[in-house]
Design a protein around this ligand. Structure first.
Ligand SMILES: O=C[C@H](O)COP(=O)(O)O
Length: 228
């Protein structure tokens, strides 16, 4: 299980380098808020570890999403991650296909991560359980669950261990990796190990509980030690 940590700046990325994947985002622009391409590039220059970049929480805008995905890949991201802020399955498929094509067109070796939200019912978007088949059909790589609203409610407030295990196994059967996130806490790590996704994503946990605070290097080190 790899630990993905989401810094919002080059300074925070320097404190996150113990993580397995450094995930560039701009939390002030949403759960999967996109940061600037020059920030992605500067963070890529800091490390040989894989760098991920969120491109936003998207409604149905395949052109814009494709261009954002291509921009993030061109800026140096190894993982390109989008959140599906929409409900209709055929629109979701078109978004996934467009983003995947935009990345793999020039960068076939890069990884495309498609996120849906654990709290999909309260924001009226597609269920994460419905994205596995769409991600596989489009040829993308990772199906992810995160929370859309960062109000203290967590992944496990919406989805239980059994559901998340089924999600992870369904992804694996279709050749996809799974990433789980959503205000995870240190005390969630045991259950996450049982679920056994390939990736867990955190920010608040390594900021000391408040994701608007600054990442603390010692908490990243604590998390990586506990994940191992
Ligand atoms: O990709 C993971 C997210 O950045 C998780 O953030 P969070 O732990 O504050 O919910």
């Amino acid at each position: 299980m790899d630990l993905l940590v989401s810094p919002s700046s080059v300074e925070e990325a320097k404190l996150s380098l113990a993580a397995d994947i450094i995930d560039v985002k701009k939390p002030s622009e949403g759960s999967l808020g996109a940061n600037f391409p020059w920030v992605i590039s500067a963070i890529k220059d800091l490390t040989n570890k894989p760098v991920s970049a969120a491109i936003g929480d998207y409604e149905y805008r395949p052109g814009g999403a494709a261009q954002g995905a291509f921009g993030a890949a061109s800026a140096g991201a190894d993982y390109i991650k989008i959140g599906l802020m929409l409900k209709d399955e055929s629109e979701a498929f078109e978004m996934i296909e467009s983003v995947n094509k935009a990345v793999k067109w020039k960068y076939p070796e890069k990884t495309v991560v498609i996120a849906a939200y654990a709290d999909f019912e309260r924001i009226d978007t597609i269920s994460p359980m419905d994205i596995t088949k769409l991600v596989a059909k489009a040829g993308a790589d990772v199906a992810m669950i995160d929370t859309a609203v960062k109000d203290g409610k967590r992944l496990f407030d919406f989805l239980d261990e059994k559901t998340l295990t089924e999600f992870t196994e369904a992804n694996r059967k279709l050749g996809l990796k799974t990433a789980l996130a959503g205000s995870l806490k240190f005390e969630d790590l045991d259950v996450l190990k049982r679920i056994n996704p390939e990736i867990i994503g955190v920010r608040g946990m390594v900021c000391g509980g408040d994701r608007s605070a600054v990442i603390r290097e010692e908490l990243v080190q604590k998390a990586i030690a506990m994940v191992r």
